[in-house]
Design a protein around this ligand. Structure first.
Ligand SMILES: *Cc1c(COP(=O)(O)O)cnc(C)c1O
Length: 231
């Protein structure tokens, strides 16, 4: 398993470098977040041994268990899933980043619950770029006010925006949704917010996301293989 994970990280990293070059972006301008949800701590360890340091998790209990199991390693944990208010404390205590802020109340709780001895929690606001009712995230129109409110919280540092586009094979539609996130990010920066992160792109669409300005791709399947959810 560890050989194939190491090989997959090499392959994905090469795809990222190729996509950066194809868009005339500097090599290394896009970070790889390895999404380890549903995979055991041993898989994270294998990726860590191959040099990977940033890992993404979607489920609070799973983040907590893996962070405890791998406490000796200098892993940067990113929480990227839906977050309910009764689970914020675990995330505030265990994560370095949260990508899925969609309302102020959650951000306020994370700021209040962030342990004083830890650096500020790095956060992104999730924006619903597809307009689907079922999708998480604030609307593009809500992003500016939410971003200013989140940026004012003492124990959070607002880094940028995140999106999950609609699952589609329509490349134009996909490009439009990525471009929308980038456009909202540009508007926030013009309004004085110092943001450096655009979290978009997954296994199947990372090249398109990088072409549209992603600075962090969240890649699970292409590194760890297909996920199996308990039924
Ligand atoms: C699972 C997940 C990913 C990774 O998706 P893959 O298609 O396996 O690369 C990225 N982002 C979020 C928010 C996810 O939930």
């Amino acid at each position: 398993m560890s050989d194939s994970i190491a090989q997959a990280i090499t392959d994905v990293s090469q795809r990222i470098r190729a996509a950066e070059a194809a868009s005339a972006r500097p090599a290394g301008s896009v970070r790889l977040l390895a999404v380890s949800k549903t995979f055991p701590a041993s898989a994270v360890q294998a990726a860590y041994a191959a040099g990977q340091r940033a890992f993404g998790e979607n489920y609070v209990q799973e983040l907590q268990a893996k962070a405890a199991a791998l406490a000796g390693l200098d892993i940067e944990w990113h929480f990227i899933g839906p977050l309910q208010s009764n689970k914020t404390r675990i995330v505030a205590e265990n994560a370095h980043w949260v990508h899925s802020i969609e309302r102020l109340k959650i951000a306020q709780r994370l700021s209040e619950q962030r342990p004083a001895q830890l650096p500020p929690l790095q956060v992104c606001i999730q924006v619903n770029v597809s307009g689907e009712d079922s999708k998480s995230g604030c609307t593009p129109a809500e992003a500016l006010a939410l971003a200013h409110a989140v940026a004012a919280l003492p124990n959070l540092q607002l880094r940028g925006l995140m999106c999950i586009p609609e699952p589609t094979t329509d490349m134009q539609k996909l490009a439009g949704q990525f471009a929308l996130l980038r456009q909202v990010q540009d508007e926030l920066r013009e309004d004085g917010l110092a943001l450096d992160t655009v979290s978009m792109g997954m296994s199947s669409d990372m090249a398109q996301a990088i072409a549209a300005g992603s600075t962090m791709v969240r890649v699970g399947t292409a590194i760890f293989g297909a996920r199996h959810y308990p039924t």
